[in-house]
Structure formats: structure tokens, C-alpha cells
Design a protein around this ligand. Structure first.
Ligand code: GRF
Length: 184
């Protein structure tokens, strides 16, 4: 599930194509019509590439039920959030225990929330990074599966720091997915 530029989706699809990640992406769901992730998924030949419009649903629960139906009927065993900028309903999270993972641009539990990169810069810390974690009811608080750190350098801007963090995201996310998919 993605909302934006889809660079994590892209590296996951590439790792699968290279045989480095033993997953298959059956469905990509976007909540934004202009998400680049949609084109990335189509170009890679993902079987179902869907823009599901939140405006077509009465509330968050109804939207998430529609997403869950697609995911379940495709037989997915893992839900990978890759820049999915939408809070998931309690019922959705509870329907997929230990099956939803997310990547967050900080070393959790530091800097939870929507602007982890900006918060790290504001706090003046010297190290940040990214975290792959299970999604649970409490935001950005599920079990940590993997982390990677990056230095914060003098003169860093939001973009320079985010770019450095994303390089690490791209190296850890496909390997965590491989690990989970191949876990007996
Ligand atoms: C990443 O920085 C991730 O940590 C955050 O959203 C961003 C998604 O980037 N959750 P992309 O769309 O995969 O390029």
C-alpha cells in the first residue's frame, strides 16, 4: 500500500526481479490517483494495481474493508506499507495480526509520527535512520524488525537527510520482506 513516489516499492520489485527477495507482489493499492507508485507497479507487471478513492467510501472503516477484501481475495500473506500516508482503522489492523509492516524514517521509538525527518533535524540529534516494524494499534510502536542508522551532518536540509535515510530504507526493506516471507 503506497501513497506517493514509490521508491521503496520500486526497490522491492527490483529485488524480486533479481531473485533477491522471494516475495510476489499481487496487489498494489494507492489512495492517491497521482501516486507514482501506480505507474511503477504497472510497469513492473503487478497483477492488480488499484487506485481506491477514499471519497467513494463513507468512512475510514468502509474504505479499509474494501482494501481488506482485495488483499484477502488475492491471497496475500503480508501487507507492506511503503509510504502509505493514511491511518489504518482498528478493524483492519486487527484483521491482519503480524501481517502488516511499515517503514518509518527514524530510529524508533524516537520521532514517531508524520514528520520524523523534520523532528530529528529540529531536535539537533547527530544520528537518525529508518525502522521496519510491525504495525499495531499504537502508531509507530510495533515490534522492530530492522533498523539502519545514518549520520546527520552540519548543513543538512530535510531533503538531504531524507535522501540519506531513503538509501538505507532501500537496502533494508526488501531484505526484511524476504526474511518474513521465507520464515517457516
Ligand atoms: C519513506 O521515507 C518512508 O520511511 C515513509 O514514507 C516514505 C516513502 O517513500 N513512511 P517512497 O514513496 O517509498 O519513496
Amino acid at each position: 500500500m503506497a501513497s506517493g513516489k514509490g521508491s521503496n516499492l520500486k526497490v522491492i520489485l527490483k529485488a524480486i526481479a533479481r531473485g533477491e527477495c522471494a516475495a510476489q507482489v499481487e496487489v498494489v493499492i494507492c489512495n492517491k490517483a497521482d501516486a507514482k507508485a501506480l505507474n511503477i507497479a504497472k510497469d513492473a507487471g503487478v497483477p492488480q494495481v488499484l487506485f481506491i478513492n477514499p471519497k467513494d467510501y463513507e468512512d475510514r472503516e468502509a474504505y479499509d474493508i474494501a482494501c481488506a477484501e482485495v488483499i484477502q481475495s488475492a491471497g496475500c500473506v503480508l501487507i507492506v506499507l511503503a509510504g502509505y500516508m493514511r491511518i489504518l482503522s482498528k478493524a483492519f489492523i486487527q484483521a491482519f495480526p503480524d501481517q502488516i509492516i511499515n517503514i518509518h524514517p527514524s530510529l524508533l521509538p524516537a520521532f514517531k509520527g508524520a514528520d520524523a525527518v523534520g523532528e530529528a533535524l529540529k531536535a539537533g540529534v547527530k544520528v537518525s535512520g529508518c525502522t521496519v516494524h510491525y504495525v499495531t494499534l499504537e502508531l509507530d510502536s510495533g515490534e522492530v524488525l530492522e533498523q539502519a542508522s545514518v549520520p546527520i551532518l552540519a548543513g543538512d536540509t530535510w531533503h538531504s537527510l531524507h535522501q540519506r535515510i531513503q538509501e538505507k530504507e532501500h537496502s533494508i526493506y526488501p531484505s526484511v520482506i524476504h526474511r518474513l516471507i521465507t520464515k517457516v
